[in-house]
Ligand binder design. Structure first.
Ligand SMILES: Nc1ncnc2c1ncn2[C@@H]1O[C@H](COP(=O)(O)OP(=O)(O)OP(=O)(O)O)[C@@H](O)[C@H]1O
Ligand SMILES: [Mg+2]
Length: 295
């Protein structure tokens, strides 16, 4: 860990400080689809904070994540570090993307199987000229070390690693440019439970030392509770409840959140689907429940 990476608590804005990410009235519609995949979603994230995004399969979580990353079209406003992303041209967007990174469920989605992991971690460092070219190999070694891998592994290829190690490599690549936000879409869902816990611990550790914020999507509500400061619950493209994670999990206000939490305890997998929520709870005009103090 380098000293300049340490974020002091003074660097964190207090209540009322500028949001790192502000998504307002986000709507996503896929070509040919009957309705909107995401409908009027508003979320915000403070520097150094983790917002968990939960909801059943198809509720629109990845669509929100991909919109924030600018990977597909959406309407509404996405402000990152005070800049409206939709108004940016290609060049400034590239600079922004250095500060806004991602980790997905399948590290193969971000790792090239034909390139050594060292080259892949080095690539963004070179493109963004993070340091003089001769210092890049040392930087790569340092990044591997920070994610708990032997720097000597830089010469190997992705297929030579386990799933957990590959996710560590993806994390090393993501943190190389010192991002202020990492969008994590089910980063641990494909991993064994014990490996899952190690990756979560690594992400928490990196957050403590660098002050990075996470928009964190997972189906596993235990993982969400462990890592999130606040949580937003999605249902059919909308956010139905949001608040501090302990408050929402201990005292869910919205019937869908209650059903989602009940489903986790449900012994019969068949009844975990289609939570019994009357549609009127998520019809337009119904305000999302906000529990507790919101920043
Ligand atoms: N590329 C696409 N083209 C058309 N429809 C899509 C596309 N991607 C997602 N959808 C639809 O948009 C809705 C939201 O999907 P999304 O992938 O955002 O959900 P999710 O909450 O991430 O689900 P999961 O938990 O299964 O990953 C779904 O109805 C899905 O079928
Ligand atoms: Mg998804």
């Amino acid at each position: 860990m380098r000293e300049d990476d340490v974020m002091t608590s003074a660097a964190r804005p207090g209540p009322g400080g500028a949001a790192l990410l502000e998504v307002d009235d986000l709507t996503v519609r896929y070509p040919g689809a009957a309705g909107n995949a995401v409908e009027g979603v508003s979320i915000s994230l403070q520097p150094g904070e983790t917002l968990g995004l939960v909801g059943e399969s198809g509720s629109g979580k990845s669509s929100v994540a991909r919109s924030v990353l600018g990977l597909h079209e959406s309407s509404g406003s996405i402000r990152f570090e005070g800049v409206e992303l939709s108004s940016l041209g290609r060049r400034p967007m590239r600079a922004v993307r250095a500060r806004l990174q991602m980790i997905f469920q399948d590290p193969y989605g971000t790792l090239d199987p034909r390139m050594t992991v060292g080259r892949q971690i080095a690539e963004p460092l070179r493109v963004h000229r993070v340091c003089p070219p001769r210092e890049v190999p040392a930087r790569v070694g340092d990044l591997l070390d920070r994610v708990g891998l032997d720097p000597a592994m830089a010469v190997r290829y992705p297929h030579e690693f386990s799933g957990g190690q590959r996710q560590r490599i993806a994390i090393a690549r993501a943190i190389g440019l010192s991002p202020s936000l990492i969008v994590c879409d089910e980063p641990t869902s494909a991993l064994d439970v014990s490996v899952q816990a190690q990756i979560i611990a690594l992400l928490q550790d990196l957050q403590r030392t660098t002050g990075v914020a996470y928009l964190f999507i997972a189906h596993n509500l235990g993982v969400i509770r462990e890592i999130s400061d606040r949580v937003a619950v999605m249902y059919r493209g909308r956010i139905v409840e949001t608040g501090p994670v302990d408050e929402v999990f201990d005292h869910p206000q919205h019937p869908y959140t209650q059903a989602l939490l009940r489903a986790v305890l449900e012994p019969d997998p068949a009844s975990r689907h289609a939570p019994p929520v009357p549609l009127e709870f998520v019809e337009p005009g119904v305000e999302p429940v906000t529990s507790g103090r919101e920043s």
